[in-house]
Design a protein around this ligand. Structure first.
Ligand SMILES: [Fe+2]
Length: 206
């Protein structure tokens, strides 16, 4: 499994390209804004997108779904619980500020335990509600794409609609901090971290 990333939009979302080195097939995770930047990286690497995944439905993670789908006819995947957010992308001032476009509807709902095949690699879906009810994290080898659930030294906010601190804390303790210590964590915003680093030093979950 290989990955690359590009930071997009005013909220500096990490958009990840996860790919199979052999077939160059790739997943696009969280195209939040600035589709041209994402498309440029895909072209530069010679990647062939096969799936578009939203770790959750917030506008800064889905704002470029439309442009990506227009360019590549690939399935859009999101957890069912966050799928209604795709229909209301344009209902906030933030969307306007971020230059988000209305998202196409999802093609497939992600569920706990799903395996998404990308060439010779696969991403396992872990349902990690708390930041939003349909937040998911994606695990491949020893790398976790944590969306806005866990950050370097931080956690996702829980004060937005459908958020829950109780759930977020439980999910991080039970489903994320139980992963092997050397698992690399790639969050939806900010720098990369590891499970070891966060279990020892994350001030929010101790
Ligand atoms: Fe978010």
């Amino acid at each position: 499994m290989k990955y690359d990333s590009v930071i997009v939009g005013a909220l500096e979302t990490n958009c990840y390209l996860v790919y199979c080195q052999k077939t160059l097939e790739c997943a696009i995770i969280d195209p939040g804004a600035e589709p041209e930047k994402i498309l440029r990286l895909i072209a530069h690497k010679g990647l062939k997108p096969v799936v578009l995944i939203n770790t959750h439905g917030h506008v800064d993670h889905v704002g470029a779904n439309r442009d990506i789908k227009d360019r590549f006819d690939i399935p859009l995947c999101i957890h069912r619980a966050d799928s209604p957010m795709l229909e209301s992308v344009l209902q906030s001032e933030l969307s306007f500020f971020l230059g988000a476009k209305e998202s196409p509807p999802p093609d497939k709902f992600l569920e706990e335990g799903d395996e998404i095949q990308i060439g010779n690699i696969s991403l396992s879906v872990i349902h990690t509600p708390g930041h939003s009810p349909g937040s998911v994290s994606l695990l491949s080898d020893a790398v976790l794409f944590s969306g806005d659930t866990l950050f370097y030294g931080g956690v996702g906010r829980t004060d937005l609609p459908g958020g829950s601190w109780v759930e977020l804390e439980r999910v991080i303790r039970e489903k994320i901090f139980t992963l092997p210590e050397d698992t690399v964590v790639l969050p939806g915003h900010g720098p990369t971290t590891t499970i070891s680093q966060e279990t020892k030093f994350n001030p929010f979950i101790q």
